[in-house]
Design a protein. Structure first.
Lengths: 309, 277
């Protein structure tokens, strides 16, 4: 996903000199090509995220299209007030990019687990929140946020995520992508965990259940229509996210469903429990002990529609 | 304009700013009068001494100088200056803090001509000023950026992140005006979190520093007319000031970071400040 992001950014920066990329001194082996090709549109702000964000706002208020970049919580929570007051309030064209959403950084520990960012960014006025599921969505999201004038948060995975989409897939901020259709249950995922949702859908199909799978790549603005349609056309909704079960995708979908006049559907959130992941282990291992595997999704989906699967 | 008449006219503007501030704060029953009074002479020099290259009629000129009030709580001082210099109608000052008014307690953008950036939370303005100065350099423009900082906000780590950044990028189009009035929110700076030696700190970070008496108009104009102090380096003016300057019973009193003046206080204050209202 990182590679798709940089490749796209390089294409865009070549055509638009306003694009300026600032890193908080991270991105070894991925930022170098961009930095070499576009030295005037590149900046390493050092390990100083609050200043990085403020500088980004100053550049944006002077007409630049700015990306701030770092990993995990560094470009997001460390400088949250700069993002709120300076970027959001001023509707500045600052795009905050975080690599390593969720538990991607595995054994590096809790400091590197970005597991509350969606909830926090979702409540910021003016903020657009995007969590692409695969390299194709990453590339398309990067193009879309360059076009979008206000602040955006782009939450990326790390590397090696499988490609789920045809490159020609239609992508619009705020409009989810239905990857597979079905009637028994809808799985709504955000970020790379959508791949796990597709595997769960395969497993459910083996058991005779048809599953709709939606990539909710934009958490804000949220595609309410797709959610309400799923409530109408399928028997249950399960949201899946590599993020706290509080306030993220599940919370956002619940807000829509609870306030809708449409039919009530069984609904459940699959996310990370409300605690720090203190166990040492790699990404897959941590997802496994946190209840984010194919089996967990299949089990929850079955429970939701009252079938043993 | 001769040097003397320039000083006289800046001093007159400073008096007008101070009078306006006292009246605004009284009308609004708001705080922070002392913080506006301490920087009044600096603002008067900047806006009245022909220093800032900013035309109220061409506020979208990409080459304009920009001013950021990082100590956003001193809004009455900046709003008064801008109104007196024709950036917006003086009547707007009556709406300070009022329901549905145009002027909020901390400077706010957009909607107020001459305000480039909204502040209120300390430690934000200098980084944004760095970004603007950098953009100006990248685009080959002549615009400079002035950032007014309080002493108290130098407690914020983000100020020192920006203080590292600006010299590294040789932003000699960036100017910090440090309103060193020696009082912060809960006490004297030296008792809360001592900043000394403050000028040397900025110098050691790579800034070209001048320490001046922030109420001596000749010194202020002298410094601001000599920018940048060193080519290739950002400039920092450490202005030694007095909180509440111009009104004897407010001077160097913590109370006047918060207290709003009564009608009697206003009468006494205006008489002390003198000049045309």
């Amino acid at each position: 996903m990182r590679t798709a992001f940089f490749k796209t950014l390089e294409d865009l920066a070549e055509k638009d000199p306003r694009i300026t990329f600032i890193t908080g001194d991270l991105g070894f082996s991925v930022v170098e090509t961009y930095a070499r090709r576009f030295p005037k549109q590149f900046l390493n702000a050092g390990v100083a995220e609050a200043n990085m964000t403020g500088v980004a706002v100053g550049l944006a208020l002077s007409g630049k299209i700015v990306f701030t970049y770092s990993i995990g919580n560094f470009p997001t929570l460390r400088c949250l007030e700069q993002i709120r007051n300076d970027a959001c309030y001023h509707r500045a064209n600052v795009n905050v990019v975080s690599v390593g959403g969720g538990l991607s950084y595995g054994a590096l520990g809790s400091s590197h687990h970005a597991t509350e960012d969606l909830a926090i960014f979702r409540v910021l006025p003016e903020m657009t929140v995007v969590a692409p599921s695969d390299p194709v969505e990453s590339a398309l999201a990067t193009r879309a946020i360059v076009q979008h004038p206000g602040p955006c948060f782009l939450r990326l995975g790390k590397a090696g995520e499988p490609t789920l989409h045809d490159p020609a897939v239609s992508f619009t901020l705020g409009k989810s992508i239905r990857i597979r259709d079905g009637a028994d249950v809808t799985l709504i995922g955000t970020g790379p965990i959508v791949a796990t949702c597709l595997q769960a859908a395969d497993r459910l199909a083996e058991k005779g259940l048809s599953t709709r799978v939606i990539s909710m790549h934009t958490l804000k603005p949220l595609d309410r229509e797709a959610i309400l349609m799923a409530a109408q056309e399928t028997s249950a909704i399960l949201t899946v996210e590599e993020h706290s079960e509080i306030g993220g995708l599940g919370g956002a979908v619940a807000e829509v469903l609870a306030q809708s006049d449409g039919p009530r559907v069984p609904f459940r959130i699959v996310g990370l429990p409300d605690r720090f992941c203190r166990v040492v282990g790699n990404h897959d291992y941590l997802k496994q002990i946190s209840g984010l595997t194919v089996q967990d999704i299949v089990r929850e989906a079955g429970r939701l529609i009252g079938q043993k699967v | 304009m001769t040097a003397d008449s320039r000083i006289d006219s800046c001093q007159a503007l400073a008096r007008d700013i101070r009078q306006s501030v006292v009246k605004m704060v009284h009308r609004a029953q708001s705080a922070h009068v002392g913080s506006s009074l301490s920087m009044a002479d600096l603002l008067a020099a900047l806006y009245g001494g022909g220093i800032i290259r900013l035309d109220p009629k061409r506020l979208d000129d990409p080459s304009r100088d920009r001013f950021i009030l990082s100590k956003g709580h001193a809004s009455a001082g900046l709003y008064s200056t801008l109104a007196l210099k024709g950036f917006f109608p003086k009547e707007w000052l009556d709406s300070f803090y009022q329901n549905g008014g145009k002027l909020s307690g901390h400077v706010s953008y957009p909607g107020v001509p001459g305000i480039e950036f909204s502040s209120g939370s300390l430690g934000h303005g200098l980084s944004v000023a760095c970004g603007m100065a950098l953009a100006s350099k990248k685009d080959g423009l002549t615009g400079r950026v002035f950032a007014m900082l309080s002493d108290g906000e130098c407690d914020e780590g983000s100020i020192w992140e920006a203080a590292l950044f600006a010299p590294h990028h040789k932003l000699d189009n960036l100017v910090v005006l440090l309103d060193y009035n020696k009082i912060q929110s809960l006490g004297h700076v030296k008792d809360v979190l001592d900043l000394e030696p403050l000028g040397k700190k900025w110098e050691s970070f790579g800034w070209a520093v001048r320490e001046i008496d922030g109420h001596n108009m000749s010194e202020i104009l002298g410094a601001l007319s000599a920018l940048p102090f060193t080519t290739g380096r950002p400039s920092c003016v450490v202005a030694h000031t007095v909180k509440g300057k111009g009104v004897s019973f407010m001077e160097d009193k913590l109370l006047w970071h918060y207290r709003n003046p009564t009608a009697d206080d206003v009468t006494k204050a205006l008489a002390e400040i003198g000049g045309a209202a």
